[in-house]
Ligand binder design. Sequence first.
Ligand code: NAG
Ligand code: NAG
Ligand code: NAG
Ligand code: NAG
Length: 348
Amino acid sequence: MGSPSFCLRLFLFITCLVTLVIILSEYGWGPCSDRSHTIPGNLTILLWHWPFGPSYSLEGDVCWDKYRISGCRLVDQRSLYSSADLVVFHHRELMTGQERLPFHLPRTWHQKWVWLSLESPDNNGDLKPFNNVFNWTMSYRRDADFTIPYGKLVPKNRDTNNYSSTEDVIPKNKSPLACWVVSNYNLQQNRSLVYNSLRKSIKVEVYGQLGGRVLAPSNLLPTISRCYFYLAFENSVSKDYITEKLWRNAYQAGAVPVVLGPPPGDYKAVAPPNSFIHIEDFPSTKELGNYLSQLILDKERYAGYFAWRRSHQVKVYTDWRERLCSICPKYHIPPAQKVYHDLEAWAR
Ligand SMILES: *[C@@H]1O[C@H](CO)[C@@H](O)[C@H](O)[C@H]1NC(C)=O
Ligand SMILES: *[C@@H]1O[C@H](CO)[C@@H](O)[C@H](O)[C@H]1NC(C)=O
Ligand SMILES: *[C@@H]1O[C@H](CO)[C@@H](O)[C@H](O)[C@H]1NC(C)=O
Ligand SMILES: *[C@@H]1O[C@H](CO)[C@@H](O)[C@H](O)[C@H]1NC(C)=O
């Protein structure tokens, strides 16, 4: 079967293939295997101080036991500083002066100091003293080295084939049109101005200190689930700052979020299309109010806002340990050499 020229071609082909395999195994399989990032054994993350005070147990292999993340050693003993690959500093305590950066300790060539904050720029104070200090950042921002959002949507378990129809996923017995839960009411805030204007065209039920109806935590989601719309108005308007008001209070409860916060593009980047109503998409609160009143009359169109619930569910992040463990699988992504010369400009 086969002519000599076929055999020759086959021989050359195999020779080339073998050479390619040898070259690849010698120099790595392309850009995905950057050796400078490979840490044998565990990656050690030292949390310099716990955010806002309370500490949590780091007994055993926490990242594996709780989150099935392997090769990740999360510690909070400062005595382990010299062996830490990353040292994470939560900003709040540095800002208040409760904690200080250990400038007196030498940094090994590959140790990274990580700036951690989930606050909006308004609440981070003056960042100039922190210029030229940190190598990496960890925040809700999409352009942080480690993005730790307040929440996200994850696919429902496909194995169980547990997809539901839209009717099943919308909470029943809705009655108030729009609800707002507010604890720190400040008339000067943009969101208060929008609320005061919006309530001229539709009825808004208000909970929290302003309405004199403070909700117990266990009552929050059941209350919101009875509202057609939830005013997910962020207390601070800045890039990517989308909090649990969207993920938990609106999506998880099952009310359509009316959002005030960063521009629509920031929401579209992380939330399903047609799952929220952005106030900037309306020329006035009057038109927004009209749209909301009309929408609930069109059952199918209203149900469209819940389409994602058939295939996805909400995941909210509340445990600092989970956020810290999530560094490990992404450790190789940010540039190995980096300094935030102007943290102030970046975080603004
Ligand atoms: C990695 O860290 C975990 C948790 O601290 C520990 O149980 C495990 O023995 C460590 N593995 C290596 C190879 O150091
Ligand atoms: C399927 O979905 C329903 C309703 O969301 C839920 O009650 C049930 O526990 C789910 N079943 C499985 C096997 O995930
Ligand atoms: C309030 O915010 C909205 C949306 O970001 C904006 O269109 C409006 O101009 C702001 N109003 C005031 C008074 O700042
Ligand atoms: C981390 O930042 C420090 C302080 O600016 C700098 O001296 C060091 O070279 C940086 N390390 C890496 C690995 O980028």
